[in-house]
Design a protein around this ligand. Structure first.
Ligand SMILES: Nc1ncnc2c1ncn2[C@@H]1O[C@H](COP(=O)(O)OP(=O)(O)OP(=O)(O)O)[C@@H](O)[C@H]1O
Length: 301
């Protein structure tokens, strides 16, 4: 398992940030979703061993979150959301320092810093002070610092936040190459669902400090085998009334209806009702949820 938490509770005074959270995930690229205040950052800090939880336990890469925190930090890379850079330091100095903090010898850290800066496309800017970097370059530098020690797991907290479309795309491609090309597991926390979908195979959805849903993104999007997008030419209300009388239901979805068939029925029912009521079916295809649908359903939106 990539990580496993069992019944973890974390309070900050009167606020309960994690509420008996039990969750586990297999290696791979895992998206972490949840509304503001859901507990995502607290979960990340727990996995990194940066905070003491009130109760519960777990492990990351098989290492105990209570007793093996330093081992976890040597094997896990973390790209925080906030700016954590030293303005006057050249990029290469910042990345090699991050390597030394993870326990690398100075010469090894410097060599790796050059390698990762080449990889993330900051090779020409490596000797410039960080204060002269654009927002996108700073984000990439934070990524370089997070991977300098070649971690098994990389945790990215809102990595595309504040980036322009080109920079965002570059960050997505880097995250995807690290996970799918280089075999590094990821936890990718983001409010930007398209970015999560572009990078991750699996999502964990949190709300109010607990697990709301999790699974393979493609499977979660196909979780409604009796749901169809149907465009009807004619009187939609008549069609709808007959569908409901037959035990089905439908609601408007863009310019079509999202039809829910009753248990045990096939699309034959839709064609039969249309024939009986004189409507024309202009379009009929299985409904595929978007990740946004999956998210809203999980958080009860
Ligand atoms: N250091 C702290 N002191 C007090 N309360 C905190 C602290 N850190 C988090 N909280 C509270 O714990 C709850 C969960 O916060 P957390 O930052 O983990 O959520 P989040 O899902 O990361 O939210 P966001 O998407 O807004 O970053 C919130 O109510 C937050 O205000």
């Amino acid at each position: 398992m990539l990580f496993r938490l069992s019944n973890v509770t974390k309070t900050y005074g009167p606020v309960t940030a994690l509420r008996g959270l039990t969750v586990e995930a297999a290696p791979g690229a895992v998206g972490l979703l949840g509304p503001n205040g859901a507990g995502k950052t607290t979960l990340i800090r727990t996995l990194l061993g940066l905070i003491n939880v009130d109760s519960g336990g777990g492990d990351v890469l098989g290492l105990d979150i209570h007793t093996q925190r330093l081992d976890i930090r040597q094997r896990v890379g973390f790209m925080p959301e906030d700016e954590c850079l030293f303005p006057a330091v050249p990029g290469v100095g910042f990345v090699s320092y991050a390597g030394e903090l993870c326990g690398m010898a100075p010469a090894d850290a410097m060599q790796r810093a050059h390698e990762v800066l080449n990889y993330i496309g900051l090779d020409e800017a490596r000797y410039r002070p960080v204060e002269s970097y654009s927002t996108g370059m700073k984000q990439r530098l934070k990524l370089a610092a997070a991977i300098v020690h070649d971690p098994k797991l990389l945790i990215l907290d809102e990595p595309t936040n504040g980036m322009d479309p080109a920079g965002r795309q570059e960050m997505i491609e880097l995250a995807r190459d690290l996970s799918h090309g280089k075999g590094m597991s990821l936890i990718f926390s983001s409010h930007l669902l398209p970015d999560v979908e572009a990078v991750c195979d699996h999502v964990v959805v949190m709300g109010r400090g607990a697990l709301l849903a999790q699974g393979n993104i493609q499977e979660m999007k196909q979780a409604h085998p009796r749901s169809f997008d149907v465009r009807v030419k004619g009187d939609r209300d008549v069609f709808l009334a007959r569908l409901r009388a037959a035990g089905g239901d439908a609601k408007p979805y863009e310019d079509a209806l999202r039809v829910e068939l009753p248990e045990g029925q096939t699309t034959d029912l839709i064609w039969r009702i249309a024939a009986e009521t004189g409507e024309q079916i202009r379009h009929l295809r299985p409904h595929r949820s978007s990740l946004e649908d999956v998210f809203l359903e999980a958080v009860g939106g």
